[in-house]
Design a protein around this ligand. Structure first.
Ligand code: SF4
Length: 356
């Protein structure tokens, strides 16, 4: 009896293995040789296209921490707001909004403070991982707003170091984007007196190398440009010393404050991207580290495509593709990458086989 139960399974396995080996042998050359399309279509083709999520992608611990803090407060209180979008990912923002999180700006402080007074509740505002300038804390205190500080500890550390050098009279230079939320916080701790540059050229143009200077970086910038900027400024200092015959060197320090959660992913992402036929990089358009990591993947595999949402998938990307890699920024939730994987498998795995 047992033999009879096992037999169909054995036959099925043999049949499937034969089908796969034939398909592999033809390597999708356009011929199905000994297998007819009808025979093939009744078999399972899940292994024909492999869709793999990069095991080093997903939320960084700083984002995990911020989202966890938000969810804890949302479970306890009806009314929790966040200053600016909690992370640079519209899909995750939408999910948290459905749980009651409201996105506000500092200009809304007075209004939410008034509303809370009328309801007899306490206004609660979460500070996201990017941090805020001291002015925000002062305003909140004046208006009786309870701040839930979810600033990433890496960003807090950067702010502390900038403050220390600024207080000692250094010219503070920040490699970053002037209007990025994290940089706005950093500018705040040095009275908006730092110089923010986003390229080597800007650095050489804007920085006064006759002053003692310290260079920092926004945590999510790319490391090669940071070091190119450091080298260019260092060279300028040396030229200056020679030109002016100064015997006291102009002080210049470079502090690499790029977060390891971004830079630590680069080599692994490049290797992963290079091993795939195509790469799908899913992240919010506003994500700074998303741009950096996307460029790393693109350099390793030119068939890397950026998308913010599953609906942006394009059929043309999948021509003759057998391996698809999925990765994302430090603000891309795992569930979104899973959703993308499922969509690719459902839409393209079998279609690719039939078209081959
Ligand atoms: S990328 Fe780094 S600095 Fe930014 S939130 Fe994540 S852990 Fe913090």
């Amino acid at each position: 009896m047992r033999f009879l139960r096992v037999m169909p399974l054995f036959f099925w396995e043999k049949c499937r293995n034969f089908a796969y080996s034939e398909m592999k042998r033809d390597n999708f050359s356009g011929q199905f040789s000994s297998i007819s399309l009808n025979t093939a279509s009744i078999l399972s083709f899940q292994t024909i296209m492999t869709v793999t999520i990069d095991s080093n992608s997903g939320f960084c611990w700083g984002v995990v921490r911020t989202v966890q803090i938000a969810e804890q407060y949302l479970a306890e209180y009806d009314n929790v707001s966040v200053l600016g979008h909690i992370i640079h990912n519209p899909k995750e923002i939408e999910r948290l909004q459905q749980k009651g999180l409201r996105t506000i700006h500092v200009k809304d402080f007075e209004r939410i403070s008034e509303e809370a007074k009328q309801n007899g509740s306490t206004p609660r505002v979460l500070i996201r991982a990017h941090g805020e300038p001291p002015e925000t804390y002062r305003k909140a205190f004046e208006l009786g707003i309870e701040l839930i500080d979810a600033t990433c500890p890496v960003v807090t550390k950067l702010q502390e170091r900038v403050r220390k050098f600024y207080d000692q009279g250094y010219q503070v230079v920040v490699f970053g984007k002037k209007d990025h939320a994290e940089v706005i916080g950093v500018r705040g701790v040095c009275n908006d007196e730092c110089i923010v540059v986003k390229s080597v050229e800007e650095g050489l143009e804007m920085v006064n190398m006759e002053r003692k200077t310290v260079l920092f970086s926004q945590t999510t910038m790319d490391r090669p440009t940071f070091y190119a900027l450091r080298d260019a400024l260092q060279t300028r200092v040396k030229e200056l010393i020679v030109d002016t015959m100064q015997n006291i060197a102009v002080e210049f320090h470079a502090k690499d404050t790029i977060c390891g959660q971004v830079s630590g992913r680069e080599d692994k992402l490049a290797a992963f991207a290079a091993s795939q036929d195509i790469m799908l990089f899913i992240a919010g358009h506003e994500s700074s580290n998303g741009k950096v990591l996307y460029n790393v993947a693109k350099a390793a595999n030119p068939r890397t495509y950026f998308l913010e949402d599953v609906s942006e998938l394009q059929d043309a990307w999948f021509d003759g593709v057998h391996t698809v890699g999925i990765s994302g920024a430090t603000s891309t939730p795992q569930w979104l990458m899973e959703q993308l994987k499922k969509a690719v498998e459902e839409r393209y795995a079998e279609a690719n086989f039939v078209a081959a």
